[in-house]
Design a protein around this ligand. Structure first.
Ligand code: ADP
Ligand code: MG
Length: 816
């Protein structure tokens, strides 16, 4: 059976039936818990933990734990979980996605499963879409957890906090204010700054997907165990899960370092290379597209640059770039391999002859060609670590999510994350009116109508929320309204905190708010404004509630539904209306021409709308098509990253093992490595010379450094392989299959290389105070010993190999 029937069919009804006994059990406990003192409530946490230790399961504790949280929220926050919120909470505990409409109170819903799962003491992460919401929810919900004896942390981009009401001795009035304004105002006085590690050590941690992801990558670049900040990923609830797991999943997280240094070199090289003699100074291999300097060539470069020994003075990386400059000069031709267009180097596809704007050669080659042609050299960046959100979130023991709009992406959640989606009924009956689209011939005609509609609603005292697709359209509409003298606020998703304040008041009588899709997301629009005022609310209700205007259809239906969902919360009245023109991107591409002709034929004036089921349907079909295409793009990204992901896991595990080993274990590991390489005695001698302590310290460092160096080189290499296999796709082979087999081959080489190099570096290291710090230089290993009578271009006698299996030249290794 397809997942769709599973979700929409009778199964859903059965599913809800299955939840009923749990909800009834929680309700049945309510009275008992109300009779407990605050201290007794807190004491329950200890009791639950003891029962868990004595083999009780989280599921066994669910009814009591949920009833406890509900009571704590009622006392401390003034909100009692609705039954549908309990249902949502159970779904989240089961590791599924709960679709709960906007305004249903997902923030509070999460507290039940968060508390229950935090009892195990392994940490629970609540993932939000921005730093401001992480702080807001930490302060707002932190009081519930605190009342039950649990700690709550929050990681932001540049700071982290622990929830602590005693931090600034907050006044009672502040506490009360938080309960009414907590949905948008963050009381910073409750947040005590702390280290990142402390925030992660808390029972519960709020933060964004980016921060959780970057901290993960950074932890796996740490050189000391104590520098790691995260614990193992246990349970996460992702708020606005569609934004994070779908919209943001199109691009991976990348930690990179700008490589300013090498950018400067290219100009120098571009001047030097033309002075070399193609016959005597360098050798060209057309087939492998390789170029190497001869001894004579090197001597000439040294003379030009006025140095005695270029290897010693400049280092391995410098030489690499010098060789790239040589390749750029000798192997790549203007108008055959690339063109210069608008001051940029544009690659010509060697198979199709098409220009490929935006694509860049890697490893510094592109920069070398830029320098050669005298156009601006773009700075290079080095990828130090990267991961996709898909692979990041799949690492959690248990994953759950919540959003107002999940069902249209149910297939992707299922296929990529094996997450089921469950729609939760609303607390009150939804009575929002979603009017049929109004379709105009021209965009100008459409906006004229939009402005007229806004003005009329505004005059009638109805609040209006306008959604636009881009900042540009946002500002354009703002200007039109200004001309008509309609007061309004514009939100562009730039300053979340300030925009939260504005969106919180977007329900006031006559308010006009124009927002892009993400602006003010997560903040509730209460009719009449916030703090709530019954009279004001009634006035707005009588005027018809919030009026929502869509100015264009988005690429995904989900985003349109999010906009609609901002109205009609908790049974409020409200209306949504989309305005579309045949000139809009989506309509133009998929139904425009035919539509326009029809409208011309009917002699429809520009500002006269039609309501056409045909057009609306065509647009929806177009959206489904685009959704599918975007899914494919994300799937593709994931397919490739999954190949690397397995390797990343192996490398990170290796690293961790080294970090976590006791001194004795590490010593044994190294000795074992040495014996396997038949150099056990040599190693022992080294140890006797340098002392065990120093040898261990340096050893650990060398091992980590060596892994990182070759891993980062591998990442760079795999980038190239990916480009190369993509090109080979024209030869009918599946590029992914090729990529995989090449990746596996390279990885085996990498593992061998790493072990060999750790050993070599250990044997050669001469320990003094500088040895360790010189090893710390990014991306350069610096072995200490030298060999006699070796030609610089010969393979290094130490036997070091590059990650592609070729020997490292002496000049790049011990001959430096
Ligand atoms: P969502 O994230 O689902 O859109 P929020 O968590 O922002 O919704 O909550 C919307 C509003 O509903 C907030 O102002 C919140 O204070 C309020 N709310 C949520 N649950 C309850 C409840 N059980 N009782 C009273 N108010 C609630
Ligand atoms: Mg929310």
């Amino acid at each position: 059976m397809s997942f769709l029937t599973k979700i929409f069919g009778d199964e859903n009804k059965n599913y809800f039936k299955k939840l009923q006994p749990s909800v009834a059990a929680i309700n049945g406990l309510e009275k008992d818990f109300q009779d407990l003192s605050d201290g007794q409530l807190r004491g329950k946490t200890e009791e639950f933990r003891e029962r868990l230790a004595k083999s009780a399961l989280l599921d066994d504790l669910l009814p009591e734990a949920f009833a406890l949280v509900r009571e704590a929220a009622r006392r401390n926050l003034g909100q009692r979980h609705f039954d549908v919120q309990l249902m949502g909470g159970i779904v989240l505990h089961q590791g599924k996605i709960a679709e709960m409409k906007t305004g249903e109170g997902k923030t509070l819903t999460a507290t039940c499963p968060v508390y229950l799962n935090a009892l195990e003491g392994k940490g629970v992460h609540l993932v939000t879409v921005n730093d401001y919401l992480a702080r807001r929810d930490c302060v707002w919900m932190g009081q519930v957890y605190r009342a039950l004896g649990l700690s709550t942390g929050c990681v932001n981009h540049d700071q982290s906090f622990l929830y602590d009401p005693d931090y600034k001795k907050a006044q009672e009035s502040q506490d009360a204010q938080r309960d009414s304004l907590g949905s948008f105002r963050v009381s910073q006085d409750f947040l005590r700054p702390c280290s990142r590690k402390e925030a992660y050590a808390a029972d519960i941690t709020y933060g964004t997907n980016n921060e959780f992801g970057f901290d993960y990558l950074r932890d796996n670049m740490a050189y000391r165990l104590e520098d790691k900040v995260q614990r193992k990923f246990n349970y996460a609830i992702v708020d606005e899960v569609d934004s994070i797991l779908i919209d943001e999943a199109r691009t991976p997280l990348i930690i990179s370092a700008p490589d300013e240094e090498s950018s400067k070199w290219y100009q120098d090289f571009a001047r030097i290379i033309p002075r070399l003699d193609p016959d005597a100074d360098y050798k060209i291999d057309e087939k492998d597209r390789a170029a190497t300097l001869t001894e004579a060539g090197i001597a000439k470069v040294e003379r030009i640059m006025g140095t005695d020994n270029i290897y010693e003075e400049k280092g391995i990386k410098y030489l690499h770039h010098l060789e790239q400059a040589l390749r750029a000069q000798a192997l790549y031709r203007l108008d055959r391999d690339y063109v210069v267009k608008d001051g940029q180097i544009v690659i010509i596809d060697e198979f199709t002859g098409r220009l490929m704007p935006g694509r860049r050669w890697s490893g510094g080659l592109h920069q070398a060609i830029e320098a050669k042609e005298g156009v601006a050299v773009q700075p290079e960046s080095l990828t130090l670590a990267s991961i996709t959100f898909q692979n990041l979130f799949r690492m959690y023991e248990k994953l759950a999510g919540m959003t107002g709009t999940a069902m249209t992406s149910a297939e992707e959640f299922d296929k990529v994350y094996t997450l089921d989606c469950v729609p939760i009924p609303t607390n009150r009956v939804l009575c929002r009116a979603d009017l049929p689209d109004r379709i105009y011939k021209t965009e100008a005609g459409k906006f004229k109508a939009v402005v007229a509609e806004i003005e009329a609603r505004h005059k009638a005292g109805q609040p209006v929320l306008v959604g636009t697709r881009s900042v540009e359209k946002n500002e354009y509409l703002g200007k039109l309204l200004e001309r008509e003298g309609v007061p309004h606020e514009i939100l562009n998703a730039k300053n979340h905190e300030r925009e939260g304040e504005i969106i919180a008041q977007a329900g006031r009588s006559g308010a006009v708010t124009i927002a892009t899709n993400m602006a003010g997301r997560g903040v509730d629009i209460i009719l009449g404004g916030n703090p709530p005022d019954e009279n004001e609310a009634n006035k707005v209700r009588e005027a018809g509630g919030l009026f929502i205007v869509g100015t264009e259809r988005h690429e995904a239906r989900r985003i349109d539904n999010q906009l609609r969902g901002r109205g009609g919360r908790q049974g409020d009245p409200g209306t949504t209306q989309f305005f579309i023109s045949t000139e809009d991107d989506l309509a133009r591409i998929f139904a425009g021409d035919a539509m326009k002709k029809l409208m011309d034929m009917l002699k429809v004036p520009d500002d006269m709308p039609i309501e056409s089921g045909m057009v609306s349907k065509r647009i929806e079909e177009a959206q489904i098509k685009i959704e599918g295409a975007n899914f494919d793009i994300r799937k593709h990204l994931l397919d490739y990253d999954s190949v690397l992901n397995k390797q990343r896991e192996v490398i990170y595990k290796k690293r961790n093992d080294i970090l976590e080993k006791s001194d004795d274990d590490f010593a044994a590991y190294v000795l074992d490595l040495a014996r396997k390489g038949n150099v056990g005695e040599q190693y022992q001698k080294r140890e006797d010379e340098n002392g065990r302590e120093a040898m261990l310290q340096a050893g650990r460092f060398i091992a980590l450094r060596t892994i990182d160096f070759f891993w980062q080189e591998h990442l760079e290499l795999m980038d190239n392989v990916r480009d190369a296999t993509r090109l080979r796709a024209f030869g009918q082979q599946d590029p992914l299959v090729e990529y995989k087999s090449e990746a596996n081959k390279q990885f085996r080489v990498l593992l061998d290389t790493v072990e060999g190099n750790i050993l070599q570096n250990l044997l050669n290291v001469s320990i003094n105070k500088n040895a360790v710090s010189s090893m710390a230089q990014p991306r350069s290993q610096k072995p200490a010993a030298k060999y006699d009578n070796v030609n610089r271009n010969d393979p290094c006698p130490c036997g070091a190999k590059k990650s592609d299996g070729r020997p490292v030249k002496y000049k790049h290794c011990h001959g430096r």
